[in-house]
Design a protein around this ligand. Sequence first.
Ligand SMILES: [Ca+2]
Ligand SMILES: [Ca+2]
Ligand SMILES: [Ca+2]
Ligand SMILES: [Ca+2]
Length: 442
Amino acid sequence: MPPKNPMLLPQYAQRLPAGPFLWSPLMRCDGPMTPDLPRRTTLLAAAGILLTTAVIAPSAGASETSSDTVRFSSFNASLNRSLEGELVMDLSTVDDPQAANVAEIIQRTRPDVILINEFDFDAEGAALELFQDNYLSVGHNGAPGISYPYSFTAPSNTGVPSGFDLNNDGTVGGPDDALGFGFFPGQFGMAVYSKYPIDRAAIRTFQNFLWKDMPGALLPDDPTTPEPADWYSPAELAVLPLSSKSHWDVPIEIDGDTVHFLGSHPTPPVFDGEEDRNGRRNFDEIGLWADYISPLRGRYIYDDDGGRGGLRPGERFVVAGDQNSDPFDGDSIPGAAQQLLDHPRVNDAMPPDSLGGIQASLRQRGINVEHDGPARFDTADFSDTAPGNLRADYVLPSSTLDIVQSAVFWPTAGSPLFRLTGDGSFPAPSSDHRLIWTDLIL
Ligand SMILES: [Ca+2]
Ligand SMILES: [Ca+2]
Ligand SMILES: [Ca+2]
Ligand SMILES: [Ca+2]
């Protein structure tokens, strides 16, 4: 079977078993050890970690972090609603079943620092507060409540009218002409909760950085005209931000050390035409963080307060979020996720994984069985016609941070917690994405 993504093979030849393969539970136990998982002596041992901490543990205690590690997490929780104000209404009660399931997943995995994607933004921060008070603080089905003294949210480009016909369908208005896809301002926004203090004065946001100001930006081309890269007019490029939501650098203060928590949610690389305007934006949105963590390459970047440049050399960071790009499968531009995964300053030594993801792939079949990427690393349960289940969500620490363990919260079908994720059902009990976490030693 020819590789679907020939561009990927040179980069991955050293890190994965040769040739196309399907990851099965048998291989997981007996197959070749991939050299990118040095801390796991056997895959069976990895399975044991998952079984005891993430998948079937009925109490939260088993997945509690030890005192010298910090658990960073990313979760596209689908806490978005169809109408402005609807999420605040839902969270004003204690009986929204989806919000309760999302909260229980967080309670059972107990992150210290978490980025939530798809959390509708409101200017008062009401949803942020209500989710804490009415859901996270309230125990669910035996999982104890969890309290985050620190939190952060900020406006998102989603649903903000651009005033232009960005999708070139001849009319102006609607979600596809907004600065980021959305039906109202702030839909599909983001939120951060933390047990550790946030250095609020040092937070940097990149909501307004213009796509055209990225060197080598992959600006899309209108294929019906001879001019290159002209899908967007100069007037449109003068207002079009790179970030479809926002990019945040949220410094977390952990026992005297600072870890820059880098949150974003690049646009899905689909829902467009031959010009691939969303695939190209997705690639560059991922690339913004890749440049930000590269002291020289990041010099062009400006934040929403006019501050210039990226992270200083030696700064520690964790990139988190739904990047909407799997390194092997799906529709993103080949190499999009690898901008971070193969970055010399990024530690991708122990990707979060799960037995539940393997089982889901084998159970749901469809395009999943044709995937090149190992199902154990999948984080999203998408349609099995296309694109199938993908590794879309990431918690990527800097290479100066050591990973102790990591997991995808994807319960196996026999687990009592399977009810929290379901099986490709729509609407999902919680989300079509899974929470992932990584324990780090500072
Ligand atoms: Ca339009
Ligand atoms: Ca053209
Ligand atoms: Ca699926
Ligand atoms: Ca997959």
